[in-house]
Design a protein around this ligand. Structure first.
Ligand SMILES: [Zn+2]
Ligand SMILES: [Zn+2]
Length: 206
């Protein structure tokens, strides 16, 4: 009994430390021009939704090689994501880039070919992009509503949606109010969802 009891305590300690998941560490990387209110808004929503530790990094210049002018002056979201990933410190799990400029990506079919019509989808303007899973994502304030309350809620939803993808969450159709619902190429869809993860998605990333 004398030996068993201490052993039990040691094992208990071992298991409890294994089961404890480390707190998620996210960094917000603003590109120059993003306002402080937007940064704080995104930060507090990520803390709330993901129970994450969120750092705000010093603003940086937009890398020039990400600029394109296919349909209009834009910055390529995929290249910005790659840039943010390359800059990421090892101590940080995910970096969310915030940018005021318009961003774009190429919409592809499941087989990797460009979605048709090519003229529309080759350089497709977007609100945000995050790979699943991924180390970084990008959110643009360029296309947000000009109405302040709508703008705020759109920004929060897009940021929380893209980080959700980075964490491995796919689009969610289990709860119509879930922030991971597919925007289906329309801001109206974003306006129709809530700003938080549904219980199923929360469970998936636990
Ligand atoms: Zn998505
Ligand atoms: Zn969900």
């Amino acid at each position: 009994m004398k030996i068993i009891l201490p052993l039990f305590f040691v094992l208990n300690l071992l298991f409890s430390s294994c089961g404890k998941k480390q707190q998620l560490h996210i960094a917000i990387q603003p590109f120059v021009g993003v306002n402080q209110v937007d940064i704080e808004l995104v930060k507090s929503s990520l803390v709330e939704n993901y129970k994450a530790k969120v750092d705000v990094l010093t603003p940086i210049e937009i890398p020039e090689n990400t600029f394109v002018n296919v349909k209009s002056p834009r910055y390529r979201a995929d290249q910005l994501i790659a840039y943010l990933k390359a800059q990421k410190a090892d101590s940080i799990d995910h970096v969310l880039g915030l940018i005021t400029k318009d961003i774009s990506t190429t919409k592809q079919n499941p087989d990797g070919t460009v979605k048709l019509p090519k003229s529309k989808y080759e350089d497709w303007g977007i609100f945000g992009l995050g790979y699943r899973p991924g180390a970084s994502c990008i959110v643009s304030t360029f296309r947000l509503s000009k109405r302040r309350p709508d703008r705020r809620s759109q920004l929060i939803k897009i940021a929380n949606h893209e980080i959700g993808h980075n964490l491995g969450l796919p689009h969610c159709d289990r709860d119509p109010n879930c922030v991971m619902r597919d925007a289906a190429e329309s801001i109206k869809t974003i306006d129709g969802v809530g700003s938080t993860l549904c219980d199923f998605c929360k469970e998936d990333i636990r």
